[in-house]
Design a protein around this ligand. Structure first.
Ligand SMILES: NC(=O)C1=CN([C@@H]2O[C@H](COP(=O)(O)OP(=O)(O)OC[C@H]3O[C@@H](n4cnc5c(N)ncnc54)[C@H](O)[C@@H]3O)[C@@H](O)[C@H]2O)C=CC1
Ligand SMILES: O=C(O)C(=O)COP(=O)(O)O
Length: 482
């Protein structure tokens, strides 16, 4: 009898709850039922042991776990995406001795030497990757992923808030109420009168009918443009590098295209920045010349990165006297934070529960896909790569090499010399990096495969190689870089 049956058998006894002295017959019944329950518990314990043994066998069959190192507070929705039988989450702050196979992070500044040799991938739960030494990781054959679009709505909403903060005396008004209550709080009737009378100090202007210039029309910029149009604004956009997919997302018929950054800056009442920070490309995109070209009452909304704006030139301009336009940002700057025309808040653009969950879950999926199948999607330094599902009875080899002529030939002849037939393969490249995914029959011994990988690793130009899975799709060999 299972435990649940034993419990069912006890039900009549519990109905005797109100009886204080049981008859002999009832007492015998209770004893018998207690015996049954004890027996059932014993059997159940046996079953639990069987189940945990089965679970342990499953864990063992899944092979050694992959360790995912984390920096920053990563949403549990993302961390829970990793099945615990295959993955272990290792906070990097704990300085554990575990081998780290992939890293998940947010704004933590990640230098190359914080990335162990065993690491195969890094994922930024978010959009901007300027906090990561991407060049150093590319050199080591490590793809860096990000999660474009996952936090776009959160940043869009705060950017719209930025437009309102720039156009109405919201922060100044709130601060003024605080000051008056402090001064006249004892006499609240007087305080209320003063607040009402002083409201004339905070007269603003409306967004409707004004021109918003959006710099960078990617996931966030396009969304800001859409909402601004819905608010009745005229929107001009500038993005010389827009992707085809990005162009499809735009409200094409109503969005005006600026022919240059300067044109956008000259014509806008509000300028909202939504470009990545790239040291050699977008550093001080808004420089002294751009600032001078702005209308005197134009405001800049910067929820992208602080370094996009030359803050010293901005301070100079704000102090030149004839400017009424404000600067709203979520990046603290030592030369601007205390200026009355500057509103600075913490780096809050993507700090919503929804955005944090979206970004962490997307990053986790990208890492798992890469670790288990070699697929590369949303990498900022590696080409996109997706090969069909692993054919049955096959092994998959992923090779990262320098993008120089002749590499594919060297790799395929190494396989040929080992008498290994290729079932399917892809070879893709981006800048200096090429990436190969090769599926071979799973009829080779682990020793042969180890020798093959050793031979591939020794080829001049190969940066790293991995054998990602076996015939049952489970992670197989996981070799360190060449
Ligand atoms: N404050 C915050 O919490 C957050 C800030 N961000 C920042 O926003 C940036 C944009 O994010 P997404 O829209 O998700 O990226 P995205 O990659 O979807 O879009 C960026 C767009 O900028 C364009 N672009 C690049 N250089 C440009 C230039 N010189 N002039 C004009 N356009 C240029 C690109 O062609 C692309 O269309 C991120 O790189 C990040 O720095 C993103 C999320 C949160
Ligand atoms: O996604 C981005 O680029 C961000 O700036 C978000 O940063 P966070 O993850 O909130 O530290």
């Amino acid at each position: 009898m299972m435990l649940s049956q034993a419990n069912a058998a006890l039900r009549p006894v519990s109905r005797l709850g109100g009886v204080r002295f049981m008859s002999a017959a009832v007492s015998d019944e209770v004893k018998m039922l207690e015996k049954l329950l004890a027996e059932a518990k014993e059997r159940d314990a046996g079953k639990c042991a069987e189940e945990s043994a089965a679970e342990a066998a499953e864990v063992a069959a899944a092979g050694p776990k992959f360790n995912i190192g984390t920096f920053n507070a990563i949403s549990s929705a993302g961390l829970n995406t990793f099945p615990t039988r295959k993955y272990e989450i290792v906070p990097m702050a704990d300085k554990s001795d575990e081998e780290i196979h992939a890293i998940l992070l947010r704004s933590h500044k990640l230098s190359g030497d914080q990335v162990p040799d065993t690491t195969r991938a890094v994922a930024r739960c978010g959009s901007g990757t300027n906090n990561i030494d991407v060049a150093a990781l590319t050199e080591r054959g490590i793809p860096v992923f990000n999660t474009p679009g996952a936090n776009a709505n959160a940043v869009k909403e705060l950017s719209i808030c930025g437009l309102l903060l720039a156009s109405r005396g919201i922060v100044e008004g709130i601060n003024h109420v605080g000051t008056i209550v402090k001064e006249d709080g004892e006499d609240f009737a007087k305080c209320k009168k003063r607040v009402e009378s002083d409201k004339k100090m905070f007269v603003g202007r409306e967004l409707t009918g004004k021109t918003l210039g959006v710099i960078g029309l990617g996931h966030i910029g396009a969304s800001v443009a859409q909402t601004a149009i819905a608010l009745g604004m005229n929107v001009t956009g500038f993005d010389p590098a827009i992707s085809l997919e990005g162009a499809w997302r735009l409200p094409g018929d109503i969005l005006k295209r600026a022919s240059s950054l300067e044109q956008l800056v000259r014509e806008s009442d509000y300028i909202s920045l939504h470009v990545p920070y790239i040291k050699d490309a977008t550093h001080h995109l808004i420089n002294a010349d751009m600032l001078k070209a702005m209308k005197p009452n134009a405001a800049i909304i910067n929820f992208a990165r602080g370094e996009l704006v030359d803050s010293a030139a901005m301070r100079q301009l704000l102090e030149s006297g004839d400017r009424t336009g404000r600067y709203i940002t979520d990046f603290v700057d030592e030369s601007l934070h205390d200026h009355p025309k500057v509103i600075t808040m913490p780096h809050l653009g993507a700090s919503t529960a929804e955005a944090e969950e979206n970004a962490a879950s997307m990053a986790a999926m990208e890492i798992m896909d890469f670790i288990e199948t070699g697929t590369i999607q949303n990498s900022v330094n590696f080409p996109t790569a997706k090969l069909d599902r692993l054919p049955a009875e096959s092994r998959r080899i992923c090779i990262v090499n320098r993008n120089v002529p002749g590499m594919l030939g060297l790799i395929t002849s190494t396989l040929g010399r080992a008498n290994i037939n290729i079932m399917q393969q892809i070879n893709v490249s981006r800048d200096n990096i090429a990436y190969n995914v090769v599926d071979i029959a799973d009829s080779h011994s682990p020793e042969d495969l180890a020798k093959l990988q050793d031979d591939i690793s020794k080829l001049d130009g190969v940066i790293s190689s991995r054998i990602v899975s076996g015939k049952d799709g489970k992670p197989g060999f996981f070799y360190v870089n060449a």
